[in-house]
Design a protein around this ligand. Structure first.
Ligand SMILES: [Zn+2]
Length: 170
């Protein structure tokens, strides 16, 4: 019984408004699991970044470990614009996946002609139902993601996690 309780504490915060590990939709961000861990380290510093090819100059999003244009593996991290305009969006008011409280808003953003990243489909947070309008300016925001235990070199560890979205500029 004690073992079970322990497992519940360490394991899955299922029904207290969070999600269960098995339904975790967020990436494992640490170096041991993800070659793009630098992207998440940059998020922790409030930076919205991607990879740029040192050979041909191509900037790809999402970031990668190889250039999709010339196959070079010599990439560097560059910052992306943190403001954009909403082209169009959807609001899911019921039936959003666990961990995504309604309204779940997904917007198609326009970063402007001078940006290497022209468009992005992304979640809009901190926004009430009916509040967002086409043409609204939105800004990049980083938020905490609930952690769950992971096994790293046979040790159980809990690592802080973050992810990004955009929110309305008020
Ligand atoms: Zn390239």
């Amino acid at each position: 019984m004690a073992e079970l309780q322990e497992a519940r504490i360490v394991g899955t915060p299922a029904l207290d408004g969070r999600y269960i590990t098995e339904m975790d939709m967020w990436p494992l961000e640490c170096q041991e699991f993800n070659r793009l861990y630098q992207f998440y380290d940059n998020l922790r510093e409030g930076r919205f970044t991607t990879t740029k090819c040192k050979k041909c100059g191509h900037i790809a999003f999402p970031p990668g470990v190889i250039c999709p244009k010339c196959w070079s593996e010599e990439l560097e991290w560059v910052d992306l614009p943190r403001r954009a305009k909403v082209v169009t969006f959807t609001e899911t008011q019921a039936g959003a996946p666990i961990g995504f409280p309604p309204p779940l808003i997904l917007a198609w953003l326009d970063f402007g002609k001078d940006s290497p990243l022209k468009h992005l489909l992304v979640r809009i947070v901190n926004c009430a139902e009916g509040e967002l309008k086409e043409g609204d300016e939105v800004k990049f925001v980083v938020f905490d993601v609930p952690s769950h235990p992971i096994e790293v070199k046979r040790e159980t560890e809990v690592r802080d996690r973050v992810y990004y979205a955009f929110e309305r500029v008020k």
